[in-house]
Unconditional design. Structure first.
Ligand code: ZN
Ligand code: ZN
Length: 244
C-alpha cells in the first residue's frame, strides 16, 4: 500500500491553517525539490543527465537563482547548454533554406521545433514535484472514500484555491464510488464557495480600512487578507500568508 505513506502529509495539510491545503503541500514539495537540486545531488550523474536534458521552467529557474548556490546553478546550466548546443547542431538544417514548399520544409523543421517544444515544456523541478503531487491527490480521494475523520476535516477546512478546486472537481468521479462522489462534490462546492466568500469579505474590509471613516475600526481578520487572497486566486503562497 504505497498510498499509506502519503496519508500523513495529506492529513497534516488539511489540518493546517491555510487557504488551500493543496497549495501548501505543493509548496513543501517545491521547497524540497529546490533544496534537493541545489544540494550535493546536482553533482550526481543521474540528476545531471536529467537537468542537462530537460532544463528548468522560468518559474523554477528564478527559485533556483534565489537559492544563492550560484556555482551549482552555473554548473548545471553550463552542461545543459552543452547538451542543447550539441543536439541542435545535429538537428538543425544547415543546408540551403528552400522556398516554402509546404511538404518538405515542414518535416525538416519539425526536428528542431519538436526538440525546442520539449525543452520549453519540461522542467526538472516540476517533474520532481508532480510525481509525488499526483499521489497526494490520489491519497485525498483514498482518505475521503474510507476515512470518516478525513471527510470531516475536509468539510471544516478553509477551502481551496480556484485552480485546485477545479482539479478536485475534475478528478473526483475518477476516484470515488458514485455515492461518495456525490457527497464529495457537495462538500467541495460548499467549502470552496463559502471560503471564497469569506476571504472576499475580508479583502473588502481590508480595502475599507483605507477609508478615513474606518481608520479607527479594528482590522478584524483582514490584515493579511491580500496575501491570503493571492492563494485563492493564484495558488501563490508567500510568507505573509502562512503563519497567521
Ligand atoms: Zn491551491
Ligand atoms: Zn518548473
Amino acid at each position: 500500500m504505497k498510498e499509506k505513506l502519503y496519508t500523513i502529509p495529506v492529513n497534516e495539510a488539511f489540518q493546517a491553517d491555510c487557504e488551500c491545503p493543496i497549495c501548501l503541500m505543493k509548496k513543501t514539495l517545491e521547497d524540497n525539490a529546490i533544496d534537493f537540486t541545489m544540494g550535493p545531488s546536482y553533482m550526481e550523474d543521474d540528476v545531471r543527465a536529467e537537468t542537462d536534458k530537460i532544463g528548468f521552467c522560468s518559474h523554477h529557474i528564478e527559485k533556483l537563482y534565489e537559492n544563492q548556490n550560484r556555482l551549482g546553478l552555473a554548473l548545471m546550466l553550463k552542461t545543459h547548454m552543452d547538451k542543447t548546443i550539441k543536439d541542435i547542431e545535429k538537428l538543425a538544417n544547415t543546408g540551403k533554406v528552400s522556398s516554402p514548399s509546404l511538404f518538405k520544409k515542414k518535416t525538416e523543421l519539425s526536428g528542431v521545433k519538436a526538440y525546442i517544444d520539449h525543452i520549453d515544456n519540461s522542467c526538472y523541478i516540476c517533474e520532481r514535484i508532480n510525481n509525488t503531487f499526483n499521489r497526494y491527490i490520489d491519497t485525498i480521494f483514498l482518505l475521503y472514500q474510507n476515512d470518516d475523520e478525513f471527510r470531516n476535516k475536509l468539510k471544516q477546512s478553509k477551502g481551496f484555491c480556484t485552480s485546485h478546486y477545479g482539479l478536485l472537481y475534475e478528478e473526483a468521479p475518477k476516484h470515488l464510488k458514485t455515492d461518495r462522489a456525490e457527497d464529495f462534490m457537495k462538500s467541495l462546492n460548499f467549502v470552496y464557495l463559502e471560503n471564497m466568500k469569506r476571504v472576499r469579505d475580508e479583502l473588502e474590509w481590508f480595502t475599507d480600512k483605507f477609508d478615513y471613516r474606518y481608520v479607527n475600526e479594528p482590522w478584524k481578520n483582514s490584515k493579511d487578507a491580500l496575501p491570503r487572497t493571492m492563494i485563492k486566486t493564484n495558488s501563490l503562497i508567500n510568507k505573509d500568508a502562512v503563519s497567521k
